[in-house]
Design a protein around this ligand. Sequence first.
Ligand SMILES: O=C(O)CCC(=O)C(=O)O
Ligand SMILES: [Fe+2]
Length: 178
Amino acid sequence: MDYETHLSRIATTLFEAMAKNLDLNLETSKSYLSVDTGMVRVYRYPRGSVGWGMEVHTDSSILSILNQDDQVSGLEVLKDDRWLIVKPISNTLIVNLGDMMQAISNDRYKSVSHRVKVSKNNDRISICYFVFPGEDVVIESSKYKPFTYNEFSAQVQQDKKALGYKVGLARFSQKQDC
Ligand SMILES: O=C(O)CCC(=O)C(=O)O
Ligand SMILES: [Fe+2]
């Protein structure tokens, strides 16, 4: 089996466990995670560059599974307003929840803000797997207006172009109109 197939199996198992924990309807939740959308991206962060390898963001995915460099650190996650360095551990995967999981869970699970620092002395490699809902599957929750991943990603592109940054889920909030 190839890497992506293994990762899609892990993502499905994790998602089903979370859906069960959230008491989501089995059929509805099954339609949310689309393993066909899974994609693998490999990053190389060259050593010594100034600034961030990747600026602060949340992923738009349901789940992101990272296989980060087992020697060179760089990944930082925001927890309780503090940045934590995710230490490299060999043979260990890191699971980040994305915006779609936050919406599906009606904010009970939060997408994690994270960023990547460039190492002074070493290049850093990470292999990242992302999985999304099917493009036209409507995500329903009480905190957000019903939306599809297609609509979400179009809005993200539009905001990045017009404002220079991603507004994200706040755009779809039931409460505020921004
Ligand atoms: O390279 C990493 O460890 C993280 C990459 C990342 O956050 C992303 O691609 O969204
Ligand atoms: Fe990310």
